[in-house]
Design a protein around this ligand. Sequence first.
Ligand SMILES: Cc1ncc(COP(=O)(O)O)c(C=O)c1O
Length: 395
Amino acid sequence: MVVYLDHAATTPMLPEAISAYADALGVVGNPASVHSQGQNAKRMLEEARERVAASVGCDPIEVIFTASGTEAINLAVKGLFWARAPRRRVLVAEGEHHATLDSAEWLHQHDGALLEWIPLDAVGRIDLDALEAAIARNPLDVALVTVIAANNEVGTIQPVADIAALAAGHGIPVHVDAVSAYGHLPLDFAAWSRVGVSAMSVSAHKIGGPVGIGALILGRSAVVVPLLHGGGQQRQVRSGTQDVAAAVSFAVAASAFGAGLADENTRLAALRDTVIAGVTRLVPSAIVNGDTSPGGRLPGNAHFSFPGCEGDSLLFLLDVAGISVSTGSACQAGVPEPSHVLRAMGRTEVESRGALRITLGHTTTEADVAALLAALPAAHAQAARAGMADRVPGS
Ligand SMILES: Cc1ncc(COP(=O)(O)O)c(C=O)c1O
């Protein structure tokens, strides 16, 4: 039996999203074509847009389909920056996903952006005073503020409305990366846009839809310079023939997730608390990362540091035992990097290296959690021995 506990990386497609996808793939017609087959494709596409819009509380016109969450974030960060020229300051929270970090870095290296990193506290929450002070230093030169709604590694939920309110007072657009929050927190773009959020990124494969489609939710009055040029589809913001089948499947997943959100979150939070209680009982030296207050973290996220172990060793040993988990952080050229999120939260290098992320989702059962807890002690003991051997000279 293989136990999948890496839902933050991607979650299995819902059966109804797979069958809707397969059915829609058989439909011929470019939604931009005038003939009846094209118009039928357009109707399917626009119905899908309406359902995705309903899942995030926005108008259908505000849904710009993209090929991924990464593309949506690139469009928001670069597009807002370009549209706000000659302003140069980009305020980025530390610990963001690489789609944001690397878009901002690219603007710095190629386009003169001045990046300012807003620190996180020990649980991974953005320092609002630091953000306010950074804005106040020269509000007229701030092109945008970008922040993740809930951290994809440690699960900490950000006070998005408070962040937006600070920027809105100066007319500064705010982009929210909601990819990891989508399907786990109720998202209400209309409410956020009233307090100053201009754009929000989501992705279908995090909610049981297909890989290869995401969306930028772009407020009606927000202006971005496009990344892609061509046929002028989707408000001229994202040219390219639209993927009707992927949009239909995305919409089915969005509706299904939205319908059961509250109950599912209660179920997942209970399973997550079992994971946290079990791991800390079995390995008393384990540190729980992220916000542990009620409602402070994503319901399906449990994140630990195992000091003295390499997260990669634990991941490998659990994999051999049939449990799929993650360290949460990226590998650079095959070399595991200590998590930039944990470092931003003030964790030591040793704590950051021993990170393990366990993320639960719609297929997770009590038996999965029991299997993880059964496999952990032996995996931890072996990873700790390997970690010890690494530190003893000559061994
Ligand atoms: C917070 C966050 N932002 C962005 C992305 C990128 O989304 P996609 O995989 O659709 O490109 C991810 C994916 O893991 C994520 O967790």
